[in-house]
Design a protein around this ligand. Structure first.
Ligand code: IDP
Ligand code: MG
Length: 137
C-alpha cells in the first residue's frame, strides 16, 4: 500500500486544529500508520525544505516551521501521495478547492496548515527524514 508523509504544521498546532485535521484524514480513508510531535530545529527545517533554499520565501518558511512543535505522520491508502495532496488542497488556500483542508482552515500561502509529499520518491525520503527504520517496523 502506498504511503506519504503528512505534517500538521505549527499553525495547525497553535490554533488547536490537530483534532479537526486528524478527523479529516481518517474520514477521507487514510490509515495513520505512524504519528508523533516534533519541534524542528533550524537545521532540520532547512534540510527538509532544501529544494526551496534560495527562494524568496525560504527564510519565512524556516522561521514558521520552527515556531512551535508540529505533528508528523505517515499515511497509507491506495494512490496515497496524490490523494493526500487532493485532500490538502492547493498551496495557496485562496486557490484551493472548497472542502479541502487548506481552503477551509488555512490563513495564507505561508501558514497553510499541512504538508504532503509531492511524489512517491519524495514520500520515501521524507518518511525516512522523520522516522527511523525501527520506528517503521
Ligand atoms: P506545497 O506545500 O503545496 O508542496 P511548496 O511549493 O512545496 O508547496 O512550498 C512549500 C511551503 O512553502 C508551502 O506549503 C508554504 O508553506 C511555503 N510557501 C510556498 N510558496 C510561498 C510563498 O510564495 N510565500 C510564502 N510561503 C510560501
Ligand atoms: Mg512541496
Amino acid at each position: 500500500m502506498e504511503r506519504t508523509l503528512a505534517i500538521l504544521k505549527p499553525d495547525c498546532v497553535q490554533r488547536n486544529l490537530i483534532g479537526k485535521v486528524i478527523d479529516r484524514i481518517e474520514s477521507a480513508g487514510f490509515k495513520i500508520v505512524r504519528m508523533k510531535m516534533v519541534h524542528l530545529t533550524r537545521a532540520m527545517a532547512e534540510g527538509f525544505y532544501e529544494v526551496h533554499n534560495g527562494k524568496p520565501f525560504f527564510a519565512e518558511l524556516v522561521n514558521f516551521m520552527t515556531e512551535t512543535p508540529c505533528v508528523v505522520a505517515v499515511l497509507e491508502k491506495n494512490n496515497c501521495v496524490e490523494a493526500w495532496r487532493k485532500t490538502m488542497g492547493a498551496t495557496n488556500p485562496q486557490n484551493a478547492e472548497p472542502g479541502t483542508i487548506r481552503r477551509d482552515l488555512a490563513e495564507n500561502m505561508g501558514r497553510n496548515i499541512v504538508h504532503g509529499s509531492d511524489s512517491t520518491e519524495n514520500a520515501e525520503r521524507e518518511i525516512d527524514f522523520f522516522f527511523s527504520r525501527s520506528e517503521l517496523l
